[in-house]
Design a protein around this ligand. Structure first.
Ligand code: URP
Ligand code: ZN
Ligand code: ZN
Length: 460
């Protein structure tokens, strides 16, 4: 068979293991994985790893926050993702008061269409448990939206326990999964008020106002409520050892709970918030960066299966003009870090090369498991005949010193400035087309499509 494109001589890494083979692509799909394939175009991947494209299950592109918005739009953000080896992102729909879920979904899709350079899915945010909201969920599942984001904190977003139970039940009955941002709202409000009253307004107090126990408590409670409702639960951006332990215990009891962490909780710690001249604001996100003491347990959870995915929670704000909105008090600093571009490479250097993660586990947490949990597998997250030809050629020996100017994110800093990496994506292919080569973006705005997602694989 003549292929359109063949990636030859690489080490093909999937979540199932490793083989030496060529990857044959016809049109937009993988067609064969065998030895000695030939095609119209060929890429020599000798010495390279060949992986399914990364799937980032947690990003916030052009997300309104107060008087500003996250600084990567659907073009710049997905371009950065592509240059970092990510070929699918899942972002969020945040319905405005009065909007139906359907109308909000259409608005968000319209923002992405014509701009996104890689395929994208959307989680639906649910901010109340009114009958008129819950009754729309079944319809959303039929629109390819099978995951629902909830918050236990943030005014205008937070659900109480009774509301959370209702959402868990409705989503479960429609075959979907609930995501939760779990932090104890009352404890945070209490601590924030006391800090501000005492004049403690520097960026470092952001972390003091949201101590580890506020996450551990809310995660433990969310797990208990999922157990009561016998529903599927996905805990976003876990940052504490205590939360990982709570998830592990719940999973042992049979709760269908999945945990996500992010590179920032594995690699950065709260000392960054102490940087002088307000530079600590660059590291303000929620949950906050923690003590480095928390990190070994999170790595352990990633390795042993307690933690299923690494998302980025990419939510960039320029230091100049955006983070600076909080110069007079940390409560006004827009929360979020950039990171959409560096996830695969960071996890390779600090996960694979340190021996914490095997190559297949790296692919699993960065690609295959997000695809399985969010109803995209094996269209995405796999290298199998019939899968979308979303492929990354990754040079495991390439040395890169991370610096803002090398990245494509639309923001004036990277929290990983100066990080020394070994291993970097050199080619990114989406649906059969090379859209990134050696740091240069070669794709086109609007080539990404909305992904109609199936019900996920939640275990049985
Ligand atoms: O501070 C963060 N993480 N901002 C993004 C929104 C969220 O809570 O995930
Ligand atoms: Zn969150
Ligand atoms: Zn987020």
């Amino acid at each position: 068979m003549e292929f359109d494109l063949v990636i030859r001589n690489g080490r093909v890494i999937t979540s199932r293991g490793e083989i030496s083979a060529d990857v044959g692509i016809k049109g937009e799909n993988i067609s064969a994985i065998e030895k000695d394939l030939h095609g119209r175009d060929e890429i020599d991947a000798a010495g390279m790893l060949v992986l399914p494209g990364g799937i980032d299950p947690h990003v916030h592109l052009q997300m309104p926050v107060g008087e500003t918005a996250s600084s990567d739009d659907w073009f710049t953000g997905t371009r950065a993702a592509a240059c970092g080896g990510t070929t699918t992102v899942i972002d969020f729909v945040e319905p405005e008061p009065g909007d139906s879920l359907q109308a909000a979904l259409e608005k968000r899709k319209a923002e992405a269409n014509g701009k996104a350079v890689i395929d994208f899915g959307l989680h639906m945010t649910i901010t109340n448990a009114e009958t008129r909201t819950l009754s729309q969920i079944e319809g959303m599942v039929n629109e390819g939206v099978t995951s629902y984001k909830t918050y236990s904190t943030y005014d205008g977003f937070k659900l109480n326990d009774a509301e959370f139970l209702q959402v868990l039940t409705t989503v479960h009955e429609s075959g979907g999964i609930v995501l939760v941002h779990a932090e104890n709202d009352a404890a945070i409000a209490y601590l924030k008020a006391r800090l501000v009253a005492a004049g403690k307004k520097d960026p470092a107090y952001h972390a003091v106002s949201r101590p580890a126990v506020t996450e551990v408590e809310a995660v433990t409670r969310a797990l208990a409520l999922a157990e009561v409702a016998q529903a599927n639960l996905y805990l976003v951006h876990l940052s504490t050892a205590g939360a990982i332990q709570a998830v592990r215990t719940a999973q042992t009891r049979g709760v269908h709970a999945f945990a996500e962490t992010c590179p920032q909780y594995l690699l950065l710690d709260e000392r960054e918030l102490l940087r002088l001249d307000f530079e600590g604001a660059k590291f303000v996100c929620s949950p906050p960066l923690r003590s480095a003491i928390e990190q070994p347990e999170i790595w352990e959870g990633l390795a042993d299966g307690t933690v299923s995915t690494v998302g980025t929670d990419h939510c960039p704000f320029f230091f100049k003009g955006q983070k600076e909105l909080g110069r007079d008090t940390f409560t006004k600093i827009p929360g979020g870090l950039p990171g959409i571009e560096s996830r695969l490479a960071l996890l390779h250097t600090f996960g694979v090369r340190t021996g914490r993660l095997s190559l297949p586990r790296w692919v699993d947490v960065c690609s295959s498991l997000p695809a399985r949990i969010f109803g995209l597998y094996p269209q995405k997250g796999a290298l199998e005949p019939g899968s979308d030809a979303d492929v990354v050629v990754f040079d495991p020996e390439k040395k890169v010193q991370l610096t803002r100017s090398k990245l494509h994110e639309n923001v004036d800093y990277t929290p990983y400035e100066g990080f020394q990496l070994t291993g970097y994506p050199v080619i990114t292919i989406t649906r059969g087309k090379v859209i990134h080569k050696d740091g240069a973006f070669t794709g086109a705005a609007g080539s990404g499509r909305f992904l109609f997602r199936q019900k996920g694989d939640y275990g049985s």
